[in-house]
Design a protein around this ligand. Structure first.
Ligand code: HEC
Length: 158
């Protein structure tokens, strides 16, 4: 019985801490991103990858100029990537269930992550509690140091 209480308290403390950190960072899923410029379907067939599945990248108006020219991104520029599982339909790979949403927003205060705010969301748009430094920035720093940490390119658009 005592044991149960201790666990409940610990879980509550963890959720409380995560909630406070998220509130401070003011992370939220941008509204209306589905109407932004959208990439072609991108397939990651490696089941071990965090991005396993089919994803689309959405780019807002502010970010588009830098994305097209490989230039810099004004404060507030945003990218959203939406990931789906892979469904086989008559031998064709099509998006199945939505599995994950990730966001990058230009924010010069985020010095530990290259001046971008990184945030992950569950399919229903709730913050997934991923840590920007530990869970996000490593790949972006490694793959796109010379492109302002934006990995994909405009060539993936129609
Ligand atoms: C395993 C390496 C890896 C990790 C970890 C990772 N990413 Fe990425 N991310 C990528 C790759 C590769 C692309 C480009 C995909 C493409 O070209 O279609 C990308 C693209 C993106 C994009 C679209 C803009 C761009 O850079 O092309 C966003 C937004 C994004 N990631 C956010 C995140 C967030 C938020 C996290 C942490 C929750 C994260 N990523 C963790 C590899 C990673």
């Amino acid at each position: 019985m005592k044991h149960t209480v201790a666990i409940a308290l610990t879980v509550g403390a963890l959720i409380g801490a995560a909630g406070a950190a998220l509130a401070a960072d003011n992370v939220s899923l941008p509204k209306g991103y589905e109407k932004w410029a959208k990439s072609k379907a991108r397939v990651e067939p490696d089941r071990k990858s965090m991005f396993y599945g089919i994803h689309y990248i959405y780019v807002d108006k502010k970010a588009m100029k830098g994305y097209k020219t490989g230039g810099t991104y004004p404060e507030g520029s945003q990218f959203v990537a939406v990931n789906y599982s892979i469904k086989n339909e008559g031998g064709k790979q099509v998006p199945g269930k939505k599995t994950m949403i990730v966001v990058m927003k230009r924010d010069k205060k985020q010095t530990a992550t290259g001046g971008w705010q990184f945030a992950g969301f569950s399919p229903d748009g709730k913050p997934s509690g991923l840590d920007p430094v530990r869970d996000c920035f490593g790949c972006h720093e490694k793959d796109a140091k010379d492109r302002n940490f934006v990995i994909s390119t405009y060539a993936n658009f129609k």
